[in-house]
Design a protein around this ligand. Structure first.
Ligand code: DC
Length: 700
């Protein structure tokens, strides 16, 4: 996951391969609640691991459910409908799928069994309406205090043991703001349907019906049959009781699939499709119908149980006019596909967007305009025209995972003929953790970019100048890949030595370099490396290995052999490469080249400190003599001598701390970016005011 302030996506020009989707958020949290209320233990397979499920799990634990993880399987033992804990304060983040059903379940349990529960969330959660649910529960006899603004969380639910619920009359709930209120009641009321049938009546036109289907489907798996009369009346039979199904599988998230379905329609143009695993033709999720909408815009989709394969059909895509009531979340992805259509796209029936993680109509309009689209928005619709002139934009994500995932698709602008192709900066990329923590890794796993489009920062310099630490820190700050080219020479030296090959046998060493089986990874204490499967992290860092590397790196055939391997590190979203000749030879077109130096005295002192801290005895004088000898050899060898590239920026860090050096490099990098420095997010996450804002074309 990218826990950084922003992530720059380079212009992307294709997509193919396979993505495996994380579990569905809607199914995960419903299953968790049902398993938590049921009798017995449920083994939950392929549960989504995200912010929203984490808050639900934490809440269930507070309520006395027990959890046990066994690899990818979660074993959850429920409370069998009997409160184990009668007082708790539950923090539910921004998870509507936790807040609503827990509020309903705890309200009825507190009323009948006695208890006092406080439910709160992040500030945005306290702006998301819950009045319709409160209004449905109060006539039943539930005592509910709104602790903030009336009609919004936080809530206090309380009651004394032995209280009665007025379930003789049908329970009325509005269905036209959010279907989650009905879902909440459907999940909670079986708890109190022991003595008589319980009837729920929906008032107003029910929105997002497919989510109710998911709820009914999962209730059935937990032993609760609900009779449905149209979409207006739901009856839970007397004697209803949750029973764990023993084991349950969470299918992949169909809303998350929408980004990759769109990606296939836009970017899978090279013959191979984009394959999506985790959801397919057998899905119980309503958002699977996004496929039909994507097909109407041009996607070619094949599907089977648990999989989809998508490739580009019509190109450019065709704009559509669609009532999106049946696919409220995935519909956001259509608004972004509209960037690649030759006619406008108008999405209607999306008033519910205004009360989601943010006001999604306002947010989507503002951010699509930022990349150059023309957008008109209204209380319950959005109309999008593709950009005629693409803009490099830093897009705000409003702490809304779907905004981040949707807007990432704007990076495929080279395919729409953007001239020049533009990168897209995603602000606060970690917001995807709500439903898809590894979204960007999945994106980079299937998206392709031309080598020139992938930015490279070179940090060259002599031994012990601190370039390795600096490069790693800069790569971390930007979410870029890291190439420690010195490690390739070190590994070559080490591998040659293990084969009994001396540095004098140049062609033999070159062969070793050519077939170097080296793998890098990350551990808690920094980068790790494996040579032919054997960990060599510590050996690679030895001074003796450095000296060996200095010798083998002077062999032209070795440098040639490692050239291609070094180029292969240039992958989206970007690369920070450190070494001696990154800027001068390997990546001559790099956008930023740093040549880092420090006085020999300083470098010897730093190396000395480093070794002593690892308990390795060392003498400053010997270290200084060694590194001066290496400097001389690296600088005077005939091939790729260690010297600054012509356009490199010289930084002497003798007097700079690492933080200052990192900041300096990032400042230089920022100056080379087309984006404005991020400003505060626009105020689109205000409460659900259904205002009509006329569209303002152009870049805002
Ligand atoms: O940066 P380092 O100490 O890990 O590098 C080890 C040796 O490898 C160094 O003496 C010079 C050589 N090297 C090189 O010639 N070209 C590079 N790009 C990186 C390292």
């Amino acid at each position: 996951m990218y826990d950084i302030p922003f992530l720059d996506l380079p212009p992307l020009d294709g997509a193919s391969g396979t993505v495996r989707l994380p579990g569905s958020k809607s199914i995960s949290n419903r299953v968790l609640l049902l398993a938590g209320l049921a009798e017995g233990t449920t083994a939950v397979h392929d549960l989504l691991d995200s912010d929203d499920t984490a808050v639900m799990l934490a809440a269930l634990q507070q309520l006395g459910c027990t959890l046990r993880r066994d690899g990818a399987v979660l074993h959850l033992t429920g409370i069998a409908g009997r409160l184990q804990v009668h007082e708790a304060a539950l923090f539910l983040g921004n998870a509507g799928t936790a807040m609503r059903p827990l509020a309903a379940a705890l309200a009825v349990l507190a009323t009948t069994q006695g208890g006092r529960f406080e439910l709160s969330g992040v500030p945005r959660m306290h702006e998301r309406p819950i009045a319709d649910l409160v209004d449905a529960l109060r006539p039943l006899g539930c005592a509910i205090d709104e602790l903030g603004a009336p009609g919004y969380p936080p809530l206090r639910l309380h009651g004394v043991a032995g209280g009665q619920l007025a379930t003789a009359q049908p329970i009325r709930v509005r269905g036209d703001v959010s279907s989650q209120f009905l879902t909440a009641l459907l999940l909670a009321l079986p708890l109190v349907a022991q003595d008589r049938d319980v009837v729920i009546e929906v008032q107003g036109e029910l929105i997002s019906k497919p989510y109710i289907d998911i709820t009914l489907n999962l209730l059935a798996r937990f032993g609760i049959a609900v009779r449905r009369d149209g979409w207006a009346r739901f009856t839970m039979a007397q004697g209803s009781r949750y029973r764990s199904p023993g084991s349950i599988h969470v299918e992949g998230d169909a809303s998350s699939a929408s980004y990759f379905i769109a990606m296939g329609a836009i970017a899978a143009h090279g013959g191979a499709p984009l394959r999506i695993e985790g959801v397919g033709s057998d899905s119980i999720q309503g958002d699977i119908r996004f496929v039909e909408a994507a097909e109407a815009m041009g996607a070619q989709v094949r599907s089977g149980p648990g999989w989809l394969e998508v490739h580009r059909g019509r190109w450019p895509l065709a704009g559509i006019t669609l009532d999106c009531n049946h696919i409220p979340d995935a519909a956001m992805t259509l608004a972004v596909m509209a960037l690649y259509a030759d006619t406008p796209t108008r999405l209607t029936g999306i008033a519910s967007w205004r009360v989601k993680e943010t006001d999604r109509i306002a947010a989507m309009a503002a951010e699509l305009r930022r990349v150059g689209a023309q957008v008109v928005e209204g209380p319950d619709f959005i109309e999008v025209r593709a950009p005629t002139c693409w803009q490099a934009a830093a897009v705000h994500t409003y702490d809304d995972h779907r905004m981040a995932m949707c807007l990432s698709l704007a990076a495929f602008n080279p395919l729409a003929g953007a001239e020049p192709p533009v990168p897209v900066r995603i602000l606060d990329p970690k917001c995807v953790a709500k439903t898809f923590p590894d979204y960007f890794e999945a994106l980079f796993g299937v998206a392709t970019a031309s080598a020139e489009a992938v930015p490279v920062i070179c940090i060259d310099g002599p031994t012990a100048s601190g370039k390795g630490t600096l490069a790693a820190r800069v790569a971390d700050a930007l979410g870029y890949h890291l190439l420690d080219s010195g490690a390739l020479y070190r590994a070559t030296g080490l591998a040659a030595q293990r084969h009994g090959i001396t540095p004098e046998d140049e062609s033999a060493v070159a062969r070793v370099a050519q077939f170097l089986d080296l793998r890098f990874g990350h551990g808690p204490d920094g980068s790790r490396a494996w040579l032919r499967g054997e960990e060599v992290s510590a050996e690679l860092r030895l001074e003796s290995t450095g000296l060996l590397a200095s010798r083998v790196s002077a062999i032209p055939a070795v440098r040639d052999a490692l050239h291609g391997l070094q180029l292969s590190f240039r992958r989206a979203p970007g690369l920070v490469a450190d070494g001696r000749d990154m800027g001068s030879v390997v990546f001559p077109g790099a956008r930023l080249k740093i040549f880092l130096t420090a006085s020999p005295a300083k470098r010897a002192e730093r190396r000395h400190k480093q070794l002593i801290s690892k308990g390795i005895p060392a003498s400053i004088a010997v270290l200084r003599a060694d590194l001066e000898a290496r400097d001389a050899r690296d600088a005077n060898r005939p091939v790729a001598p260690c010297k600054p590239a012509e356009d490199a920026l010289l930084i002497d860090n003798s007097e700079l701390g690492i933080e200052e050096s990192v900041e300096l490099v990032l400042r230089h990098w920022q100056q080379r970016q087309p984006f404005a420095i991020p400003t505060a997010a626009p105020a689109a996450s205000t409460p659900a005011l259904l205002s009509t804002t006329p569209g303002k074309p152009g870049n805002t």
